[in-house]
Design a binder for this molecule. Sequence first.
Ligand code: NDP
Length: 330
Amino acid sequence: NHVIHLKRRPKGKPQLEDFEFVEEQKPKPKDGEILLKTKYVSVDPYLRGRMRDQESYIPPFELNEPIESGIIAEVVASNNDHFKEGDFINGMLKWKEFQISMGNGLNKVDPDKVSLSAYLGILGLTGLTAYISLDKIGNLKEGETLLVSGASGAVGSTVGQIGKIKGCHVVGIAGTDEKLKLMKEKFGFDKGINYKTTDDMKKAIGDACPNGVDVYFDNVGGEILDAAMDNINKNGRVINCGAISLYNETDVPTGPRYEGIMVRKTVLMQGFLVRDHATEFGPATKQLEQWLNVGKLTYEETIVEGFKNIPQAFLNLFEGKNKGKMVVKI
Ligand code: NDP
């Protein structure tokens, strides 16, 4: 039974050498326990934060212990009345091929409704992040302009589509022209900006958003946030969902100061953590499912195959190698 440990805390960009593959005996379920076989593993940018030895909203990973993330697994043996062999579950589980659980915190998922991997993306935490944060903070109104960074990723591609459902002018920022094409053709974005080939982001955003930016959905932070703030409208809203451009920085970078703009334009800027909104997951998932069923919402996945490739798939997030949700299929 293969297991992946965090071997050392990454300095700057994570490396393959920060992870270690360990073998352990395949466990046997005791009374009340189930044996789970890992099927799909979610790799997510926020896991980088848990690799630091630093208090946060979620405890750091221990060295020489398994890493954990969102996982879809199959129940392959059960001594627990709530689960039977052949059930599929979604939960926060360890990077192990097989593991034991008492079933706490696991939710059954239905493989006949959507593909199992979708429960890690559009019907999982990234879809919920997009929907709930726009609902709570974005307050989108028809005809407004929504700007989103990390726009071809799991959260960003859902944000843009919800913007279109709400009747907004939607502009996305991403790192390749192929991604811009996907955003327009598959997700219905109005405009895209490639931040890697654009020198003047302030101007590019201004050109793509002729009426200014009413809502900026920030997945990346740093200089792209600065350029968005230069284009924000009166009563604009900024949703701080993530700051991937800073996750591998060792020092806190400094930038322009926007207090003046915030006051003059009465901007609302608010951080968001999806884990604080568990009570809304039920209704939010219903809405996302309904939009999926009627074709108002779609999704993209980058599926990497093989347990041994989990660390590389995680590293690839920081190189922008994914379109839509990055998932590892075991
Ligand atoms: P994505 O699917 O968006 O994957 C990450 C993407 O980030 C890459 O594909 C890459 O695309 C982009 N990226 C990588 N490095 C940089 C950089 N230096 N500057 C700009 N863009 C970069 O991941 P998710 O959808 O899972 O997550 C998106 C964001 O949302 C992350 O910041 C994450 O931490 C956050 N998040 C927050 C949650 C919350 O509750 N607050 C919950 C879930 C996610 P490109 O080619 O465009 O560079």
